[in-house]
Design a protein around this ligand. Sequence first.
Ligand SMILES: [Fe+2]
Ligand SMILES: [Fe+2]
Length: 421
Amino acid sequence: MYSFNMREVKNIKTDHFDVAQSKVELSNLAYFLRRFLIFTSTWLSYFPNFGCKIVIGLTVGFTASALSVINNRIKGLITIGEPVFFGKEEDIDMYFNKIHKETNKENIKIFIFCFINEFIKYIGIIKNNIDPLYDYNTCLALKEVEHYLLQIRTILEDRRWDDTNNPYYFKFPSFKKDINNYYSIWNENLLRPELLDKPARPNCLILASKSDLYVPQSELLKTTEGVKKSLHFIYSEIEICAAEICARNIAEYGDSMPIEFTFDMAYQCIDEVRHAMMILEYMNYYGVKLGDFTYTNNVWLQYIKGDNLAEKLAIEQIISEGNGLDSCSLTLTSLRKIEKLEKLVKLYEFLIADETIHCRHGNKWLSYIVSGNDAEYENIIDKAIAKTGLKIPGRAPIYVEARRAANYKDSFIEKRLLPKL
Ligand SMILES: [Fe+2]
Ligand SMILES: [Fe+2]
């Protein structure tokens, strides 16, 4: 936790930022973090390697956390009106413009590392110009931002994404104090990488038209082979696809929604890659590796059938993840009865907790899009069902408490989820 000391306050420099300068600098930082977030969210689908997808998913989540802290501080400095995002460092914009068509994964990796590394240095420079007494809250915010970015840098260094012999190595321009310098306001026409409708997959994964997994989990989990299949399924079909979906939502719809939507999707994205990492631990434990079984890509293929954000939220967060709450609860009941599988109980308990929040995000943002109109909400659900063939509820009996916690309305639960007597 940042704290100023009395000596520092006594020797206060007169050239520290005033409110306007602080606001401009924070807005500038926010602008570039937001741009970085859109680029990384789009690039997640470019990488066939699941390990790389996980690294980018973590980067997306931590970057959004940093952006959220800055956004809150800007709100504290602007008493009227929406926070603004503008960038005054033309040179940094140029690096983004230059790399937006890049598809070479090694170049993308090094850009990500260089951006984070340089950004950390840049924040250090700005921190020296912040008044520790008057602008204590900005000091605190920047400390927190630094913390998130350092987390990313450590992950990137661990995975050796820090090769500096690359053409995309760049440095932030030296810090300029002229706040009236050029700046560009955030807009939808900023260059960005192309979205992929078909995320890259590793060669070892073999696509099958039909999954052989649709047997009751309680049966499947009775054999070690079944447990292996189940873990492979969750890793390759559920968690990685869900991370890709959240990232896609940020990249495609972030501009047309309140910034909080981007934050929610990024927090879900980091949850999904964490889930993938959790599952991976069990895959290693049980000796199963990616490609040992086939996959269908069904979660992604269903999502992409949505024609707009409302339908996509209905397909993934509201219908699929909602049904997932019910089936996870059923699996948990089975697991508790099977000796030797108690390790998986903890896993499923955490999965259910996180998935409840994901469904809540779906309900929150679909309700926002339909302005709280229940009939329109149902109409979107029906369209999603018609396009995908999904069913609501799914096969498992509904877990009412979780559905309520996920903000499905009581009227909806009664009308659409509970069995008719
Ligand atoms: Fe998940
Ligand atoms: Fe989820």
